[in-house]
Design a protein around this ligand. Structure first.
Ligand SMILES: O=P(O)(O)OC[C@H]1O[C@@H](O)[C@H](O)[C@@H](O)[C@@H]1O
Length: 306
């Protein structure tokens, strides 16, 4: 990292924790209204803690699998350029490449209203293994915006190649909840979904989703806003997306969680994934030279004022 970036970060009261997660740096921002941590490994927003509250994001109990594609379930993994299993290559990792490679920290500063801004990027040309596995050149950027009210992620993908780029994707957010048995997701009533835990059958959502246990669902043509209601933390999380047609809800349930190396037995009770996605029939192509943006905005509010 250069001196300019270091100064910009220091002016925000930020610091770098060097080579601390999977041998990559973490960026820590500590402000009166919140603290946030970004892992350059995979470009995960790892933690966002509003002052006086519990983290909005979940982190699994241990760092997880070793090896090039050892994954960890925490924060906001970026699933790109494919969501789920690769269509033809069985030996390629699930959920694409972006969550396994080192991103570059390129900017720290403030928006006009004082919100904190951090920008990171991942370019295919920076990693020979990416170029080998995905021969279409790209540049990804994440612009993080933090304030005491919550966080935003503006994710953009630029197709630098001369061919159309097929993409399915997700900002696979692990929202921390007090208990998945009592937490609820509201806002998907009457939306049709593909139930991956029921052989991909099509279902229609009736009312709220609760408990948030053992579910793997892709809601297609989903609305831009939904909410997590957490009675235990007396907190409501308002999730707003742009550029995302699918909303994925995932919680592994007790049995599948046991197969995840980084999760302890009770970890699955402490999160629900609500993912801003373009998956299955919502997959699309970025034209040569084109850009696609996926935006996620998360605000927290007391549940009592719902
Ligand atoms: O364990 P991973 O690879 O991070 O994936 C977690 C889950 O992510 C969800 O988005 C998928 O719909 C699930 O099928 C998948 O199991």
């Amino acid at each position: 990292m250069n001196g300019r970036l270091m100064r910009e970060l220091e002016e925000l009261g930020g610091e770098i924790r060097p080579a601390s997660l999977k041998k990559c740096d973490e960026i820590i921002i500590d402000q009166p209204g919140f603290s946030a941590t970004i892992a350059l490994w995979g470009g995960h927003l790892e933690s966002f803690i509003p002052a006086g509250q519990e983290d909005l994001l979940f982190q699994s109990s241990n760092p997880g699998g070793e090896g090039r594609f050892g994954r960890r379930h925490f924060g906001v993994p970026v699933c790109w350029p494919w969501f789920g299993a690769h269509e033809t290559k069985n030996d390629y990792p699930a959920h694409g490449l972006a969550r396994y490679f080192r991103w570059e920290f390129i900017e720290a500063g403030r928006f006009k209203n004082g919100d904190v801004k951090i920008v990171i990027r991942l370019a295919s040309e920076d990693h020979p293994l990416i170029e080998e596995m995905w021969p279409l050149a790209f540049e990804l950027r994440q612009v993080f915006r933090f304030s005491s009210k919550g966080f935003r992620i503006n994710f953009s993908a630029a197709n630098l190649s001369d061919k159309p780029m097929p993409v399915s994707e997700a900002l696979h957010t692990y929202f921390h909840v007090s208990d998945n048995q009592t937490a609820a997701v509201q806002g998907l009533d009457q939306i049709s979904y593909v139930d991956k835990f029921d052989n991909g059958s099509r279902q229609l959502q009736q009312g709220i989703v609760s408990p948030c246990d053992h579910m793997d669902r892709v809601y297609l043509s989903a609305p831009e806003t939904c909410e997590i209601l957490d009675a235990g933390l007396q907190r409501k999380l308002i999730i707003h997306t742009e550029g995302s047609n699918s909303t994925v809800l995932w919680n592994p349930g007790a049995d599948i969680a046991k197969q995840r190396a980084d999760m302890e037995d009770e970890d699955y009770r402490r999160f629900v994934c609500v993912e801003a996605a373009n998956a299955l029939s919502d997959a699309y192509e970025i034209p040569p030279g084109g850009i696609h943006q996926l935006k996620l905005k998360v605000k927290h509010k007391p549940l009592v004022n719902a």
